[in-house]
Write a protein that binds this ligand. Structure first.
Ligand SMILES: Cc1ncc(COP(=O)(O)O)c(C=O)c1O
Length: 432
């Protein structure tokens, strides 16, 4: 290890890079960690290592540099790298779409590709609005969303996200939308408000958007399958689309392959990204029903063509990596491991809650565990991240919520280690 080289390279980073969601000045005190290698649950820098306890922004499910997925990427890049998905198609996309149609809730029969969670959500918003225009209902253009939800950082996604910390600065750029109270506080009240809104304004509403079961960026807030079922019931009753944003909940994260499965519902649109490729390449899809697809299928002169696309739509390498991810998931009893992780999260977080006066509201779903922490002191939550690194954990609190978002492969031994360290971290944070 040569600390001088390490330091020089971090200085180079700080001279040219701008890291997302970060106040760059903070790096004067706590420079970024330079990761040079990753394997399984671990990220290695030259002089230390860290558990990836937030799955690299919620996308890693099968561990880093998974050999089977890496091999699929290597093989693909030697035959076909990337082509435009306008006039061309390719086998990895055909295989992936067939698979996705099979494994997503019944009725989601069509796949529209993009390249990140926000764009998959933008596609759903634009397609919903366009559908109603194609059906002769031009007034149906408003989007209904739940306070506390998050759908990405593009302008459209921000316009219907209820996490003001991320988007209040950009309000002048956003379109008007309709906000329903945070369901994680009171599901019955949120449903009541949704019903009133849909009853009064359904002729102006294109879609209701939802993060099913888990509102991630809003603070890892959990809602029930029944709530989702009722939202589906109301949206059908009032003839508005349901856009289910499973960007963060898809592929086993909540203990179900998709959160929608927990409530046995089929949304009109389902957005997927992140774990679709095990986080090894950027790729996203918007799944939709045949009924929506049919509304666009017409003679060209009718003007029903959907104009939205990205250069890397259905990137060949991304599709090959996604196919390998889904095959690997298929060949493994992931549900068993997720249930074991979930049970453990439940027990351990409740124990921590009993042990530390500053903790409250432990909550878990699948491989996600969260607890609120009340720390005093200047930028206490920011410092918690730094203490986390000293103890080999990657912790990025959301407001005053401390959470773990664990890869599905996390073992019981790793959990022992993670919870020992978490207890040490909280003790250190309390003692300043
Ligand atoms: C539920 C949800 N939707 C959309 C997004 C946006 O995805 P991306 O960051 O890939 O644009 C996120 C990101 O965390 C998310 O959690």
């Amino acid at each position: 290890m040569d600390l001088k080289i390490q330091t020089n390279q971090i200085l180079d980073d700080l001279a040219v890079n701008w890291h997302p969601f970060m106040q760059m000045k903070d790096f004067e005190t706590y420079p970024p960690k330079r990761i040079i290698r990753a394997k399984g649950l671990k990220l290695f820098s030259e002089d230390s290592w860290y558990y990836d306890t937030i799955s690299s922004w919620w996308c890693n499910i099968l561990g880093h540099c998974h050999p089977k997925i890496t091999k699929a990427l290597q093989e693909q890049i030697e035959t076909l790298d990337h082509i435009m998905f306008g006039n061309f198609t390719h086998d990895p996309a055909i295989e992936l779409s067939k698979k996705l149609v099979t494994i997503t809730p019944k009725g989601l029969d069509r796949v529209y590709y993009s390249d990140n969670g926000s764009t998959s959500f933008e596609v759903a918003l634009k397609m919903s609005l366009h559908y109603w225009v194609n059906m002769g209902q031009k007034n149906k253009s408003k989007i209904v969303f739940f306070n506390g939800s998050y759908h990405g950082d593009t302008i459209g996604a921000m316009s219907v996200s209820g996490v003001s910390q991320y988007n209040q600065m950009f309000r002048p750029l956003m379109f008007d939308s309709v906000q329903i109270p945070d369901p994680s506080m009171d599901e019955a009240h949120a449903l009541e408000q949704l019903e009133v809104t849909l009853h009064q304004y359904s002729e102006e509403i294109a879609a209701v958007v939802i993060e099913p079961l888990l509102m991630g960026a809003g603070g890892m807030k959990i809602t029930s399958p029944d709530f989702l079922k009722n939202v589906r019931y109301l949206t059908r009753k009032h003839h508005v689309h349901l856009i289910s944003d499973e960007v963060a909940t898809g592929f086993g994260r909540t203990g179900h392959l998709f959160a929608s499965n927990a409530a046995n519902v089929t949304p009109d649109f389902m957005c997927l990204s992140k774990a679709l490729t095990n986080g090894q390449l950027p790729l996203a899809v918007t799944m939709l029903t045949d009924e929506i697809y049919r509304a666009f299928y017409a003679d060209f002169e009718e003007g029903k063509t959907f104009y939205h696309g990205h250069t890397f739509t259905a990137n060949t390498l991304g599709c090959a990596v996604a196919n390998a991810t889904l095959t690997t998931l298929d060949e493994w009893d992931w549900k068993r491991n997720v249930d074991a992780i979930h049970q453990r999260l439940d027990v351990e977080l409740n124990q921590l809650n009993d042990q530390f006066y500053c903790l409250s509201n432990p909550r878990t779903i699948g491989t996600v565990g969260a607890i609120d922490i009340d720390l005093s002191g200047h930028r206490a939550m920011f410092k918690l991240t730094q203490i986390g690194f000293e103890h080999h954990l990657t912790i990025r609190p959301l407001g005053n919520t401390l959470y773990l978002y664990l890869p599905l492969i996390t073992s019981q031994d790793e959990l022992n280690d993670i919870f020992n360290q978490l207890s040490n971290i909280i003790t250190k944070a309390i003692n300043g």
